[in-house]
Design a protein around this ligand. Structure first.
Ligand code: F6R
Length: 236
């Protein structure tokens, strides 16, 4: 795994995505949450000001809350449209169906869809303060496929800032599994701020372990972690 420590991670992240897209990438993987927002802003700027085109590129999201309609302001399908994909010329944007009558069937269908539109050329990731990627919480199988997961109390607390109250944060999600994520050709994880320092150190320097799902990047043939100095503070 390569670790890049820079003051402006979004520039490095955007460079990697731009190079992939200009090099013919057909599918990019998108994370939601606050970590990639600066990267999305920078890619929108490059699209608007520098002619970076996403025509012919499709996107797949990592995860979706169970029980939120795609128009709900905090559904990830809506979030990614509002923050990124509605502002560029990208093709189809796929996400798990959080409203499906049977989430297990929806999860399997999403895994099959990724196999069809993939492989993902470059997958953007954030990291949870407990080391999760996607919504693969600690103890997730390192080879897991897309499935339903129950969020930990810690993750629901972390995400409560996006909702009116903690109780409104859904308990369940459909998330790409760690095995699904690792099918992507290049994983790029962005982390900023001291709140991510412990998780970054565990992922980079800790043992490969389901206790820190992001440590699965250690196994991947092409993984890049792009962090600011605060998020790198616990690295030796
Ligand atoms: C969201 C996702 C999550 C977030 C993580 C960090 O699609 O996959 O793993 O990346 O929870 O969230 P932020 O960036 O809000 O700290």
């Amino acid at each position: 795994m390569e670790v890049v420590i820079v003051d402006h991670p979004e520039q490095v992240m955007a460079d990697i995505v731009e190079n992939a897209v200009r090099g013919g990438a057909k599918t990019i993987g998108l994370a939601t949450g606050s970590s990639p927002l600066a990267t999305y802003d920078e890619l929108i700027r490059r699209h608007r000001d520098e002619g970076l085109s996403f025509a012919g590129v499709n996107a797949v999201l990592l995860d979706e809350y169970v029980g939120l309609v795609p128009t709900h302001p905090e559904s990830y399908a809506r979030f990614i449209r509002d923050k990124f994909t509605d502002h560029i010329d990208i093709g189809d944007v796929h996400s798990p169906d959080g409203m499906a009558p049977d989430s297990r069937i929806a999860a399997d269908a999403y895994d099959a869809l990724i196999a069809e539109v993939g492989p993902v050329d470059v997958q953007i990731l954030g990291i949870g303060s407990n080391g999760h990627i996607g919504f693969n919480e600690p103890s997730s199988s390192l080879t897991s496929r897309t499935r339903i997961k129950t969020l930990t109390e810690k993750t629901r607390q972390d995400n409560a800032r996006f909702f009116d109250s903690f109780d409104e944060v859904p308990m369940h999600v459909i998330t790409q599994g760690l095995g699904t994520i690792c099918d992507a050709k290049h994983l790029i994880l962005v982390a900023t701020g001291s709140g991510k320092a412990a998780a970054v150190a565990a992922a980079v320097e800790g043992p490969l372990s389901a206790s820190c799902p992001a440590s699965v990047l250690q196994l991947h043939r092409h993984a890049t972690m792009v962090v600011d100095p605060a998020a790198a503070a616990d690295l030796k």
